[in-house]
Design a binder for this molecule. Sequence first.
Ligand code: GDP
Ligand code: ZN
Length: 455
Amino acid sequence: MSTICAISTPVAEGGISVIRISGENALNVAEKIFAPHTCPSVAGMAGYTCAYGQINDNGRAVDDGVLTVFRAPHSYTGEDVCEISCHGGIYVTKRVLRLCLENGAEPAQAGEFTKRAMLNGKLSLTQAEAVMDTIAAQGEYALASANLTRKGSLFGRIDKVTKELVKLLGELAAWVDYPEEDLPAVEENALRESLKNAVSVTGRLLADSDNGMLIKNGIDTVIAGRPNVGKSTLMNLLLGYDRSIVTEVAGTTRDVIEESARLGELIFRLSDTAGIRDTEDKVEKIGVEMAQKRLEECMLVIEVFDTSVKPDDDDTALLEKVRSLGKRALIVLNKSDLESAVGEDFFREYCENIVCISAKDPNDREKIQHALEKIFTPENYDADSTIFANERQRGCLVKANKNLTAALEALEMGETLDAVTVMIDYAADSLLELTGEKATEAVVSEVFSKFCVGK
Ligand code: GDP
Ligand code: ZN
């Protein structure tokens, strides 16, 4: 395989830049351009050591720098790796890169270092994806779960199910050799139990990966309540600037507006919806239908009420609807600056998370933040459940879960073992694709194309 090089730090002015070289010839390339002051030669450097020295272009000094050597297989890529740290100017960094290219290295493709790490068995595909997530993480939760996945927790859980399926397939192959006989009851029971377990484990992984998505992409949140209770005002409070149109006329917010708000470590994707009241107005009706749909799909409902007026049928309908959907919810009792017409007790039977605020008061933003943090505490996302998956991983899991469910059904309906085996086989294939053990070249290329050059 060729020796590749790239600038591994952002190409911008900074204190230092790192140029990374990986491949059989990495040390040769470094030898030609780096004259160490602190040791006799580059070739003599052991792995995990570094040297201070001069970067030269045909004997002419380009910069001072530090060379770090990693020897195969103990490096990120599993190959010989040299990292040259030089001064962080854009020109000097590019100059050092060019020197590497002129002395036998080839430019690395996006993600090629990590791809080589995977091909050399240093990382699974899911771990490689986690490397990318770590780089992209925008908050503490996202970072923590990327770190977990990078350490292999998703891979470990998938691997366990996959191994069990492969074992099962082995046993099935043996049983299929006796076609005259019916499967002994004991073995059929064992098969049924194994399948049930695999269905439940993959189902659990799917639910967890949805949690992961939630942390990564923001919590999909609907702000609901009848017109004029202060939804738009609340949305603006959470966003920190005037986004939706706030008016005194009931029913103004007709479109669903989506914005991301960050409260502490949590990111919320908020949509301010039209109320869910009955209406004859055609345009408003569309808004109401959209609001209904959003309510069913979202992960969190913020139910807003105007406490200066008595709750009406629309308010009760909302409370009941959210409770019956079993959604995570926060009840916001708004307009606390006005005289109250209804007590907290009325709401408590619908939901335990209640906060009293005035959406017009900027100081009350923090009250909402605390209430939301109580609903989404890190304990609610214990280490194991912060597993992150991307759409590719999720797709593989969905396929595996579907095929396992179908296999279980086929078994219950007395289908042939051959049919059951085929479905289990598909499921195992999907899981192997997830971890990259059986991923096609196209899948692998797609994953790495999203990386930056130098990683
Ligand atoms: P929406 O229809 O639910 O989106 O309600 P808006 O946010 O448009 O607010 C309706 C009216 O209530 C506007 O006149 C707001 O200024 C007012 N309003 C919102 N929140 C408060 C509050 O906490 N106290 C008071 N006194 N008025 C508020
Ligand atoms: Zn509004």
